[in-house]
Ligand binder design. Sequence first.
Ligand SMILES: [Cu+2]
Length: 243
Amino acid sequence: MILNSVLPEASTYAADIDRLFDVITLLVGVPFLIASFLFFSFIFRFKKREGTPAKYITGTEHQYMKWIHRAHVPILLFDVIIVVMAVNVWYDVKQDLPEANSTVRVIAQQWAWTFVHPGPDNVLDTADDIVTINELHVAKDTLYHYKLEALDVLHDFSVPAFRLKQDAIPGRVITGWFEPTLAGEFGIQCAEICGIGHGLMPARLIVEDRAQHAAWIAENSPLSVAAGVEDESASERTRLAAR
Ligand SMILES: [Cu+2]
């Protein structure tokens, strides 16, 4: 409601995260507004007046305490609602790892992103892999695993349109997933202060439909570029489109 009006929901879990944002904004925002309104209206209502002596109230008597207890009950209930919803979404996005159609490697360093796409064989770490700098190509409606690495310091792979954010930690390969649902060009940004060039660490995400993506893979694979294997790329395109 609030987020998707400024940023498209381009992954399968984007709407779940937006819903969570909306619920939190509502359940925290409304009590905040009520409390602020009461706070300031009491300040003005009971401000210093000539001839009216100040009363000292400890606030521990039942008649005063009950207003705190009464407010506690809905706030605790709201907390439980937020925690239950958040754990559910967290489980789907971060804990669960659905089976992938394809895997990409994402390598962060000061201050650029390297993306390794599997070539026409759809297997990573083979001779036909396509390596790009600051440009990630993926196919729509395809479930991807990403293998996230950092070469030097902490970075963070942030794809706002996917509502995806994951820290990259040197020495570790972190596996996660996303499934693009919207074709187009979106931003990627490092979301961890990683040095003086941190702000210069954006990248582009290009989501293509499957046929377009297969064509891009076929065109850019180092092997097909070298051998000019038109037949193979055509059959690969059919294979990817049939998935
Ligand atoms: Cu960075």
